[in-house]
Design a protein around this ligand. Structure first.
Ligand code: SF4
Ligand code: SF4
Length: 332
């Protein structure tokens, strides 16, 4: 594989995501409006616990669990969810009717992106959920690259962004099977695989990816993975509060998550039991690995410092007071 000079990365703070889908719309508008891309969402935001996009993606296989390449299943069009049609034309432009509704052609849809939005898990009064935004992880050990028989997928040496050369792609879709995060789509019109490109044309102009730039929650930090003056390195390496999703998949993602610090549980008498978290540790470990407990401990300790009137570099960083400082120099 080509030697990577530098690696771009993203950190998403799950404590701040409000599930507004502004990132999804920003990406959709910019990159997936061509024919054959109707149902593509390079950026998704799903409710956890939940089946996600595509449905049940966490158990579809692929990647390098235990170090060896694993056979992965092909995500299906119904698993991703079809692009739904609404009667917007007749309501907004045709003067017919006042209410929008789904226009069902044939069988009514049984699944789609965010079908299980805000359902979450747990039993009342200890119900819980949080949002999980996802893009391609631009992995250091990308299963998609290794699986392609045409060498059509490459990591750009200048920034480590994983891109598909559509002139080389012949639509074998082994990449879709191999990616354990199921972040590659197939364009049935142009017969090529397509995916998130970390907005590299924007990076080349010194501008952060659209999902990060448009996020009203200031959830997303961007920058080179090894820049000691930028937030990514501080959150991942210095404070160790940003972790990869499903590290056991073995692809070494370059998207990291600050895990959600949930509220405390209610006990049987209805009193708040500060000793037990509402979001079960086991569930967070299943997503982010055992290091998540250390990360949560650091987050809680730094939060407590601020509550007692002390300053915390970590909390100042995560709040993102100065918006453009979240982008590691990609702030034009
Ligand atoms: Fe979450 Fe930001 Fe996306 Fe809204 S735009 S869903 S806050 S990541
Ligand atoms: Fe490839 Fe999937 Fe990793 Fe993206 S997330 S680089 S598509 S293996």
């Amino acid at each position: 594989m080509t030697k990577i000079q530098r690696q771009m990365a993203m950190v998403m703070d799950l404590n701040k995501c409000i599930g507004c889908q502004t990132c999804t719309v920003a990406c959709k508008t910019l990159w997936t409006s061509d024919p054959g891309m109707e149902a593509m969402l390079f950026n998704t935001v799903n409710t956890q616990p939940g089946a996600g996009t595509p449905r049940g993606w966490e158990s579809l296989g692929g990647g390098f669990p235990g170090g060896a390449a694993a056979l992965g299943a092909m995500p299906t069009t119904t698993g991703f969810g079809e692009a739904w049609r609404f009667n917007h034309g007749e309501v907004f432009h045709g003067g017919q009717g006042q209410k929008t509704h789904l226009q069902v052609q044939g069988k009514a849809p049984e699944w789609g992106p965010n079908w299980d939005e805000d359902q979450g898990g747990g039993e009342f009064p200890n119900s819980f959920f949080f949002y999980l935004p996802r893009i391609c992880n631009h992995c250091t050990h990308p299963a998609c690259v290794e699986a392609c028989p045409r060498q059509a997928i490459v990591k750009r040496p200048e920034d480590g962004v994983v891109v598909i050369d559509e002139t080389r792609c012949r639509g074998h879709r082994h990449c879709m099977e191999a990616c354990p995060y199921k972040k590659i789509y197939f364009n049935h019109a142009s017969k090529v695989s397509q995916k998130c490109i970390f907005c590299y044309p924007r990076l080349e102009q010194g501008v952060a990816p659209a999902c990060a730039r448009q996020c009203p929650g200031r959830v997303r930090f961007v920058g080179y993975r090894d820049d000691p003056d930028a937030p990514i390195w501080k959150l991942v390496d210095k404070w160790k509060v940003a972790l990869p999703l499903h590290p056991e998949f073995g692809t070494e993602p370059n998207v990291f998550y600050v895990p959600p610090v949930g509220p405390a549980r209610f006990d049987a008498a209805g009193n708040v039991d500060e000793s037990r978290p509402r979001i079960p540790d086991a569930y967070l470990i299943s997503l982010f690995g055992p290091r998540v407990l250390d990360a949560l401990a650091v987050l809680k300790a730094e939060r407590a410092k601020v509550q007692q009137g002390e300053r915390s570099e970590l909390m100042d960083l995560l709040i993102g007071y100065r918006w453009k400082e979240m982008f590691g120099g990609f702030d034009r």
